[in-house]
Design a protein around this ligand. Structure first.
Ligand SMILES: NC(=O)c1ccc[n+]([C@@H]2O[C@H](COP(=O)([O-])OP(=O)(O)OC[C@H]3O[C@@H](n4cnc5c(N)ncnc54)[C@H](OP(=O)(O)O)[C@@H]3O)[C@@H](O)[C@H]2O)c1
Length: 266
């Protein structure tokens, strides 16, 4: 039977755009109570309002930089206060979605920049373990409590110009697998959702605001949408409590592999 998320707490990192924002709206539509973090607070406030309009039982926002331990700990202390039911000794987080991250640049190793490499490892790899370490004490009292990490098909292969992003997402995959072993017996579910090409702000960030380069990534093909991902996240989190969706790859029909994309001529 589908697990209900009504009035359940769901924490989403990177909720200010793309998959995270769509997830906030989708979990909101299930009647969940949301804890949303990212660096852009104004964007988070808009997403919170949209989530409430979609049916969320509550949506709260707080600044979060997953690349900074102090910021993560402050965010999780804030989340704990929100979650703590005065009648209960234990906080009860139902779903943690480690989504914050992205790619920076597409340079070869020979031409790569330290700043881009560090940002990718900080957010996609260290961000996942930092947030998980801090939030774990909030999880585990509810049947079917879940940690869902957002990986990528980049964690399953490589392409030129993607060395560090692919390494980071491969790191996310291995962290998910280790956590799955470490949490065995706790009842906490651990999974990763690994998308292929999806049109969000991802490419705009990767190409440092160059809209033409970002558009080219999706030219002539039908990419996934943020809604495709959020729908799948809700599906993963609402499986019966004994079911763990471990690793799920989702790609557009027009993408068979990294460089193997079907494009219609204009
Ligand atoms: N789109 C794709 O094709 C694709 C495919 C596979 C995997 N992914 C992964 O999916 C996840 C979401 O990406 P998206 O496609 O939705 O891109 P997006 O629209 O650029 O969203 C990225 C989100 O991550 C947040 N973020 C980035 N760095 C952060 C940090 N240091 N601390 C806190 N939040 C941070 C951003 O918020 P702020 O900037 O406001 O902090 C934003 O909300 C990423 O992990 C990405 O690697 C994307």
């Amino acid at each position: 039977m589908k697990l209900s998320l009504e009035n359940k707490w769901v924490l989403i990192t990177g909720a200010s755009s793309g998959f995270g924002a769509a997830a906030a709206r989708a979990f909101g539509a299930e009647g969940a109570k949301l804890l949303l973090g990212a660096r852009r607070i104004d964007r988070l406030k808009t997403v919170a309002a949209e989530s409430c309009a979609a049916g969320a039982a509550g949506a709260h926002v707080h600044a979060l930089d997953v690349s900074n331990t102090a910021s993560v700990e402050k965010f999780v202390r804030w989340a704990r206060k929100k979650i703590l039911d005065p009648r209960s000794e234990f906080p009860n987080l139902q779903v943690l979605i480690n989504n914050a991250g992205g790619a920076h640049g597409m340079d070869t190793v020979a031409e790569g920049r330290d700043g881009d490499w560090e940002a990718m490892i900080q957010s996609n790899v260290l961000g996942v373990v930092r947030v998980t370490r801090a939030a774990l004490p909030l999880l585990g009292r509810a049947a079917g409590a879940s940690i869902i990490n957002i990986g990528s098909i980049a964690g399953h292969g490589v392409y030129e110009g993607g060395a560090v992003y692919c390494a980071a997402k491969a790191g996310e995959l291995q962290i998910t697998r280790a956590l799955r072993l470490e949490l065995l017996g706790s009842g906490i579910r651990v999974g990763t959702l690994d998308p292929g090409l999806a049109e969000t702000e991802f490419s705009l960030v990767r190409f440092k605001g160059n809209a033409a380069s970002a558009r080219k990534v999706y030219a002539g093909m039908n990419p996934l949408t943020a809604g495709d991902i959020s729908e799948t996240l809700v599906w993963m989190a609402t499986r019966p409590a004994h079911v763990n969706i471990d690793e799920l790859i989702i790609k557009p029909v027009d993408q068979a592999d990294f460089g193997k994309v079907f494009r219609r001529s204009e």
